[in-house]
Design a protein around this ligand. Structure first.
Ligand code: MD3
Ligand code: FE
Length: 204
């Protein structure tokens, strides 16, 4: 079942459902090497979402700004490798949504515990906005907010559940989006958390 949420944005419901157990086990392995941490924004606020990365590049924020880098600032080591299952899932989903040449080189892993949220923002730290972003939701459900190209555009809400995949390309690539505070709950496979993988092409 697929739905076009906006021009270029495809919601592939339950696309990753059968791989979810494997993806969660890989997240556990990655976070044993590169633990989830609450990064600080340039404005000095600690994010409520815990984050880590895998792949050649990782997204980080600190007082100096938002950027992609090859090493984990906590350890100075390269980020853990991107598992083959992550890479093939992202490539397959992008292809099914009409983006045939997408090969991600960065995977940000977000961990939401009840109460955690992500305020309305645009993803514009990448170099080439012709590449889509692929996102995979796992664990507890969340309410996703999806606006438009301007901050003041009307916002629609979508539930995102365990195994849902969204491919964001075309005009939607720069649309404002966010996640409402996670509701309390326990998921059978993921526990008291929601995980989101975002696959991107970070640098040329
Ligand atoms: C729409 N993450 O990491 S995934 C992020 O659920 C982020 O953790 C949210 O926004 C999360 O930047 C939302 C859905 C998503 C990801 C990237 C997008 C939606 C997007 C890029 C452009 C437009
Ligand atoms: Fe985002």
């Amino acid at each position: 079942a697929e739905e076009e949420m906006a021009e270029g944005a495809w919601l592939l419901r339950r696309y990753a459902f059968d791989n979810a157990g494997d993806l969660l086990a890989q997240i556990e392995g990655i976070s044993a090497t590169a633990p989830f941490r609450h990064m600080v924004t340039p404005g000095g606020f600690s994010m409520s979402v815990g984050m880590t990365n895998c792949g050649p590049f990782g997204w980080v924020t600190d007082r100096k700004g938002y950027r992609y880098q090859k090493t984990d600032p906590e350890s100075g080591q390269p980020w853990p490798a991107m598992p083959e299952t992550f890479l093939s899932l992202a490539i397959d989903a992008a292809k099914d949504a009409g983006y045939a040449d997408f090969v991600p080189n960065a995977c940000l892993i977000n961990r939401y515990e009840p109460g955690a949220k992500m305020s309305l923002h645009q993803d514009k730290d990448e170099r080439d906005f012709t590449n889509p972003i692929v996102s995979v939701s796992l664990g507890l459900p969340a309410t996703f907010q999806f606006g438009g190209i301007n901050r003041g555009d009307p916002v629609r809400k979508y539930p995102l559940s365990h195994g849902d995949v969204v491919v964001w390309g075309g005009p939607s690539r720069l649309f404002y989006h966010g996640i409402m505070p996670l509701k309390e709950g326990t998921h059978d496979a993921a526990g008291r958390a929601r995980f989101n993988l975002t696959f991107r092409h970070a640098a040329l």
